[in-house]
Design a binder for this molecule. Structure first.
Ligand code: ZN
Length: 1064
C-alpha cells in the first residue's frame, strides 16, 4: 500500500471534519461480506479511496489496498469523554528504575485528558530510538513502528521495501509471515503504509497474547528481514523481467509494479502526484512510477534498508491496557542489538521555499476514446501554505476554515463551484496538513476545454468574496457542532482508536516536533471558539484566506487534458523497451532468464515446510471463546411499529435507524433510488447544527432459505441524546418535506454521481465486476446493481439527457418513490444508547411515527429480474484488469455449513494469494462466499492477466482435493475465521449489526450453530467443498473489467469468450 500527499488522511482537523456517519456499515457481521458493502455504504462523497466495496475480505487480502484508514474511519479524534468499555484505572507505569534497567530513559510524562491516557515518552539510551507508551483502559491495543524514509527518486524503494520486509525474517523464515498472521490471528488491524516521507507498520488486537505475537513478528520483520539477502523477494514485490521461453516476449512483473500501474491509470491520482511541484522529497513518488520502477537495482534497495530501518531512525508507539513494562522488555531485546547510527539526521526532510510567483502545468491523462473528450478536462489550484510548520492554533483554524468552505454540500466554495455547471465534481479539494508543509487545493473535473479559465476565475473570485464577506453565522455554528460532535463521538469505525491517535501524533513527531501536542486539542479549540465569539468569525477567517491563499505567491495551477492515445502509447513504449532489452541479450542470457523465471515461479509455488510454519506464534483453540458475542436487544413496539432497542453505553449519543420497505416500489423506478441523497442537500446546515448527521440509503440482500430478497431503505441518524427531538424532526423533514423541484440541483447531482461511479470503475473495478455477476445470479444482486453498478452508470447517462426533455416526468417519479416507500406499515426502528436515554427519547420516536402516513400495504411487488447470464468484459482505459468469476453453489446442492467460511478464507490466503498475486503479479486475488444468496465469487484486483487468472480460479477444486493440511494449519485457519467473525465493534456498529441480522433472519441460535461448525471444521470439509467450487468452474459466469487489448486477445484465444461492453 502507498499513499501520496494529497490523499493522505490529514491529521487533526482534517480528521475531525470528515463525516464518520457510516463507519459502522463496514464492520458489522464479517461472516456475511460483500453484499452489504457495495449496497449500503453511501458515504463516498468525500472519501479517501477504499477497497471495502469488494468486501471485508479484500481489506485483509489486499492489505496494501487501504490507503491509510478508510474514509469513514477518519472522522475521529479521541474525545474528551471516556470510551465505551469500562472505567477501570490505568495500570501502573514503569518507574525510572525499571525503565533504566531496560536501557530507556524517560523523556516526558503527561496525562492526556482528551483520550484519558497516561502517555510516557521514552528514549532508548543506546540508539536514541523514541517510544511513546500510552496507557489507558482500551482493550483494542495498538503497536506501530515508523521510520522516516524520504525517497530520492520515483523508483518506489520505500513502497517495495514496505511490501518486502513482511516476506520473511530471521526468527520467522517463511515466505510470508504476514500472510500466516492474516490466517491465524485475532488481529483487529494488520497492515503497513508508505507515505511520501515515512513508512508505518501498525498492528492491533484485543487479545494480549495475540497482540504480543503480532508485535514480535513485526519487529523482527522490520529489523531483520530476509529480503535484503534474497533477490527473489525484491523481484516478486518490486519488479523483474519475466520470460517463460526464450522464443517468447519479455514482460515486466511485480506486485508493486502492477499496483502502481493501477494507480497511474486513474486521472485523480495522476493529478495528485503532480500537485505539489515540490523541489524536495515530495517532488518524487515514494510509491513508484511504473516507468521508473524498473530502474531500481537490488543494491540500492538493500542500501536503503540498511540506512533507514534502524532504531536511531525509528519511532515506536504502544497504546492500550497492556502492561507498560512488558512493552519496554520486548523492545529492549531488539533495540539493544544495535548501536547508534546517523540515520536520524540523514533522513530529515528539508522544507521547500515558496515560489515567488504562480506557475501553470499542463499534463495529459489516459482517457477512453468514447464520449466527448472536450468535456473531460480537469483543473486544480494548489497553494503551499507555509515554509515552516504551522502552530496548532493556526492549523486548527485552517481545518475549521476548510470545513466551512468545502465540508458539506451547503458549504459556499463547494456549492458555488458545483452549481456553476462548469464541471462535474470536485477534485483533490481541501487542506492537507499531514506532511511537513501544509497545502490547500481546490479544483473541478469534467470541465470543457473552453471553460478551464472560467473555473480558475470562479475559484479566485469566490475566495475573494469569502474573505470580504465572511461566513453565515448558521454555517459557522453548523461547522462547530459537527466538529465537536465528532470529537465527542470519537468514532473511528473499524479502525482502532489507538491507531488514529498514533497517526495524529506521528504527523508532528516524525519531524522531530512534540508528539504530545496533536493529542491535546481541547485548549486550542476553546481558544478558537472564544475568539470567534468575541471577534466574530470574519475577523478569524478572513485574514487566513488573505494570507495563505489570496496573497500567497506559491500557487500552482494544474490542467489535465484527456488523451485517448496515452494508454496505448505507454503500452507501446513499454513493449519497445522490452524488445530492446531482449535484442540486447545473447541466446545464453535468454536461456538464463527463462531459467531464472522458472526458478522464481517454483520458489513462489513451493509451500513453506510445516517446521517453518510452526515458528509463527499462534493461539490455541482453547484461547477462543465458544460463544458468539451477543448484542443486547429488546424488541418492542411503539404505536404499532416494531422498535429494536440496544442498551449500550454510547457516551450520551443516540444512534437510530428507521427502515422502510422497498417492496412496494415499481421496479422501473429502482435506479432512481440511487439518487436519494440529493434530497437533503438543502437541509444540510440544519442537520449540521443539530445532529451528528443523517444519511439515507438502500439496502438489499438475499435472505438465506428464502426466495424473496430483503430490500429496504434505511434512514440513519445520530445526535446527542438531548437533541433527539431535533433529530427525529429533521429525519421527518428529510423524508416528507423535501420537494423534488430543483432541476439544476438534480442535474448537478447526476453529474457528480456519474463522476464518482466512473472513478470507482477505474479504481475498484472488482466491485463493479462482483455486482455485475451478482446481478446475473440473484434478484437482490440485480436490484443492487441497478442502484450502484454498471447499470446505474448507464442509467445516469440516459438520465442526464432526460432531465432537460422530461423534468416533469422525473420529478413525479421521485414523488412516486416517496409515496410508495413512506408508510408506517412494515417500518422498523432501531435505537442504540444507554437504557435511560432509550426511555427518555421514546416519546420523540412515537411522534415521528405518528407523522408517517398509514397506508395499507400496497401489495409486495415481487422482483425477479436478472441481468442475462453470460460472460462479459467491460472495456475501460487501463493498464491492469479486474477479473471475476462466480456461481451459486446452493443451486448445485451445497448445504450451508460454518466450515465454508474457514475454507473460503483459506482459499484466499493460500491458493489465490500464491497464484494470482505472488506468481501472477496481481495486486490482489480473493474469494467471497455470500452465505445469504449462495454466491461464491472469485475476484482479482489490478491484475496483469485475464484468462490465466480464470484458469487459476477453475483449478480451485483440484487444489482443495489435493490439499493436505495438518492440525496446526487447520487451527490457524479456524482462529483466523473466528477473528473475522468477532471483529471489534464500537457500540453504534453493534446496534447496527444487530439490526441487519434482524432484517436477514439471522438468529443468535443460528450464529451459535455456525460458530460450532467453524470450530469443528475438518480436512474432510475442505475435500467436500471442492465439489461446490467445481460447480462455479462448470456453471459459473465470468465478468472482467479490462483493457480493449487484453479483451481482444482473450476473445481471439477462446473464440468470443466474452460479450464486450464499453463503459468509459
Ligand atoms: Zn503497495
Amino acid at each position: 500500500m502507498w499513499s501520496s500527499p494529497e490523499k493522505v488522511v490529514a491529521m487533526l482537523l482534517r480528521s475531525l471534519t470528515r463525516s464518520s456517519s457510516n463507519a459502522s456499515t463496514s464492520l458489522f457481521f464479517r461472516l456475511f461480506p460483500r453484499s452489504y458493502f457495495s449496497r449500503s455504504s453511501p458515504a463516498t462523497a468525500r472519501s479517501i479511496r477504499r477497497l471495502s466495496d469488494a468486501g471485508t475480505g479484500s481489506e485483509l487480502f489486499l492489505r496494501r489496498g487501504l490507503r491509510l484508514l478508510p474514509a469513514a474511519a477518519s472522522g475521529c479524534l479521541s474525545g474528551q469523554f471516556s470510551r465505551a468499555v469500562s472505567t477501570q484505572t490505568a495500570p501502573s507505569y514503569p518507574g525510572q528504575d525499571e525503565a533504566e534497567k531496560l536501557g530507556f530513559e524517560k523523556a516526558r510524562e503527561e496525562f492526556i485528558s482528551e483520550c484519558k491516557s497516561k502517555a510516557v515518552l521514552f528514549r532508548h539510551k543506546k540508539t536514541g530510538c523514541e517510544v511513546m507508551s500510552v496507557s489507558n483502559d482500551d482493550e483494542n491495543k495498538v503497536f506501530g513502528v515508523v521510520f522516516r524514509t524520504p525517497p530520492k527518486d520515483s523508483t518506489g524503494i520505500p513502497h517495495i521495501l514496505e511490501h518486502s520486509v513482511l516476506c520473511g525474517s530471521r526468527k520467522y523464515p517463511l515466505k510470508e509471515p504476514f500472510v500466516e498472521l492474516l490466517k491465524g490471528s485475532l488481529y483487529t488491524f494488520l497492515n503497513a503504509f508508505t507515505y511520501p516521507d515515512r513508512t508505518c507498520y501498525p498492528v492491533a488486537s484485543t487479545n494480549t497474547k495475540d497482540f504480543y505475537n503480532l508485535v514480535d513478528v513485526y519487529l523482527d520483520a522490520v529489523f531483520f528481514p530476509k529480503c535484503v539477502d534474497d533477490v527473489h523477494t525484491f523481484q516478486q514485490e518490486g519488479w523483474h523481467y519475466e520470460l517463460n521461453h526464450p522464443s517468447e516476449d519479455i514482460s515486466y512483473k511485480g506486485v508493486v509494479f502492477n499496483e502502481m500501474k493501477g494507480v497511474y491509470s486513474q486521472p485523480d491520482n495522476i493529478l495528485g502526484r503532480i500537485t505539489q511541484q515540490a523541489k524536495n522529497t515530495y517532488g518524487v513518488d515514494s510509491g513508484g512510477d511504473p516507468k521508473d520502477i524498473p530502474k531500481l537495482t537490488f543494491d540500492k534497495f538493500k542500501e536503503f534498508h540498511c540506512q533507514y530501518y534502524h532504531p536511531s531512525n525509528a519511532r515506536i508507539w504502544f497504546y492500550g491496557d497492556d502492561d507498560p513494562v512488558q512493552r519496554l522488555k520486548v523492545l529492549s531485546e531488539y533495540l539493544d542489538m544495535f548501536d547508534a547510527s546517523p540515520a536520524r539526521d540523514s533522513s530529515k526532510v528539508e522544507p521547500q521555499k515558496l515560489f515567488s510567483g504562480p506557475r501553470r502545468i499542463v499534463e495529459k491523462y489516459p482517457a477512453g476514446g468514447d464520449g466527448d473528450l472536450k468535456k473531460k478536462h480537469m483543473v486544480c489550484l494548489n497553494w503551499l501554505l507555509s515554509e515552516k510548520p504551522l502552530d496548532l492554533q493556526t492549523q486548527l483554524a485552517l481545518g475549521f476554515l476548510d470545513h466551512l468552505m468545502l465540508g458539506t454540500p451547503a458549504s459556499p466554495l463547494r456549492k458555488i463551484l458545483l452549481e456553476s455547471g462548469l464541471g462535474e465534481a470536485l477534485v483533490n479539494s481541501g487542506v492537507e496538513d499531514e506532511l511537513l508543509q501544509p497545502q490547500f487545493s481546490v479544483g473541478l473535473k469534467g470541465v470543457s476545454d473552453d471553460k478551464v479559465q472560467k473555473v480558475e476565475e470562479l475559484i479566485m473570485s469566490t475566495l475573494r468574496k469569502l474573505a470580504d464577506e465572511g461566513f453565515d453565522t448558521d454555517a459557522v455554528e453548523a461547522s462547530m457542532n459537527t466538529i465537536e460532535f465528532s470529537m465527542r463521538e470519537n468514532n473511528t469505525g473499524s479502525s482502532p482508536r489507538g491507531l488514529s491517535l498514533m497517526l495524529q501524533s506521528i504527523g508532528k513527531w516524525i519531524y522531530d516536533m512534540d508528539p504530545f501536542e496533536p493529542l491535546k486539542y481541547e485548549e486550542p479549540l476553546k481558544t478558537l471558539k472564544a475568539r470567534i465569539a468575541e471577534e466574530g468569525s470574519k475577523a478569524v477567517f478572513s485574514p487566513l484566506i488573505e494570507k495563505f491563499i489570496l496573497n500567497n505567491p506559491h500557487c500552482v495551477t494544474i490542467e489535465m487534458q484527456p488523451d485517448p492515445e496515452k494508454a496505448s502509447q505507454e503500452e507501446v513504449e513499454e513493449k519497445n523497451i522490452l524488445q530492446k532489452v531482449k535484442a540486447s541479450m545473447t541466446d545464453e542470457e535468454l536461456a538464463e532468464l527463462a531459467r531464472a523465471t522458472e526458478e522464481l515461479r517454483l520458489k513462489q509455488e513451493t509451500p513453506d515446510s510445516p517446521e517453518a510454519l510452526k515458528c509463527v506464534p499462534s493461539l490455541n483453540l482453547s484461547d477462543i471463546p465458544k460463544k458468539p458475542t451477543y448484542v443486547p436487544t429488546e424488541v418492542g413496539d411503539v404505536n404499532g411499529v416494531k422498535v429494536l432497542r440496544h442498551d449500550l453505553f454510547t457516551n450520551d449519543i443516540l444512534y437510530t435507524e428507521v427502515v422502510f420497505d422497498m417492496g412496494a416500489l415499481r421496479h422501473e423506478l429502482l435506479p432512481l433510488m440511487g439518487t436519494q441523497d440529493m434530497s437533503f442537500v438543502q437541509l444540510n446546515q440544519l442537520i449540521g447544527r443539530k445532529t451528528g448527521g443523517i444519511t439515507v440509503y438502500p439496502f438489499t440482500s438475499s435472505v438465506w432459505g428464502s426466495d424473496v430478497p430483503c430490500s429496504k431503505i434505511i434512514v440513519r441518524g445520530k445526535s446527542m441524546v438531548g437533541r433527539a427531538e431535533d433529530l427525529f424532526n429533521l429525519m421527518n423533514c428529510v423524508l416528507q418535506e423535501v420537494r423534488f423541484t430543483d432541476k439544476q440541483r438534480f442535474k448537478q447531482f447526476i453529474s457528480q454521481s456519474r463522476a464518482r461511479m466512473e472513478n470507482r470503475l477505474r479504481g475498484s473495478g472488482q466491485g463493479i465486476a462482483a455486482a455485475r455477476m451478482d446481478a446475473m445470479l440473484n434478484a437482490a444482486g440485480w436490484m443492487s446493481e441497478q442502484m450502484n453498478g454498471l447499470s446505474y452508470i448507464e442509467f445516469l447517462h440516459t438520465l442526464e439527457q432526460k432531465v432537460d426533455q422530461d423534468w416533469e416526468g422525473i420529478s413525479s417519479s421521485l414523488e412516486e418513490i416517496r409515496t410508495s416507500l413512506l408508510s408506517k406499515n412494515g417500518c422498523i426502528v432501531n435505537m442504540t444508547a444507554d437504557g435511560k436515554s432509550l426511555t427518555s427519547t421514546e416519546k420523540f420516536v412515537g411522534k415521528f411515527l405518528d407523522s408517517l402516513p398509514e397506508k395499507p400495504s400496497g401489495g409486495q411487488v415481487t422482483w425477479d429480474a436478472r441481468v442475462p447470464l453470460r460472460n462479459e468484459a467491460i472495456v475501460i482505459p487501463t493498464q491492469v484488469n479486474y477479473v471475476g468469476k462466480a456461481g451459486n453453489i446452493y443451486s448445485s446442492g451445497y448445504k450451508l455449513d460454518g466450515s465454508s467460511y474457514v475454507i473460503s478464507k483459506h482459499i484466499g490466503n493460500t491458493w489465490l494469494w500464491d497464484r494470482v498475486r505472488v506468481s501472477g503479479g496481481a495486486y490482489g486475488g480473493f474469494c467471497d462466499f455470500d452465505s445469504h444468496s449462495g454466491v461464491f465469487s472469485f475476484l482479482s484486483y489490478r491484475d496483469p492477466n485475464l484468462l490465466k487468472t480464470l484458469d487459476i480460479y477453475d483449478g480451485t477444486g483440484d487444489f482443495l482435493r489435493g490439499l493436505d493440511v495438518d492440525e496446526d494449519t487447520l487451527t490457524k485457519a479456524v482462529i483466523g475465521t473466528i477473528g473475522d467473525v468477532d471483529s471489534y465493534q464500537l457500540p453504534d456498529a453493534k446496534g447496527y449489526s444487530s439490526l441487519l441480522r434482524h432484517l436477514l433472519n439471522v438468529t443468535d441460535e443460528e450464529r451459535q450453530i455456525r460458530r460450532a461448525e467453524i470450530l469443528s471444521t475438518s480436512l474432510k470439509d475442505f475435500k467436500e467443498f471442492a465439489e461446490a467450487v467445481d460447480s462455479v468452474r462448470d456453471k459459473g459466469v465470468a465478468v472482467a473489467v479490462a483493457s480493449q487489448e487484453d479483451i481482444d486477445a482473450a476473445n481471439k484465444e477462446r473464440s468470443d469468450f466474452f460479450e464486450v461492453k464499453k463503459a468509459l
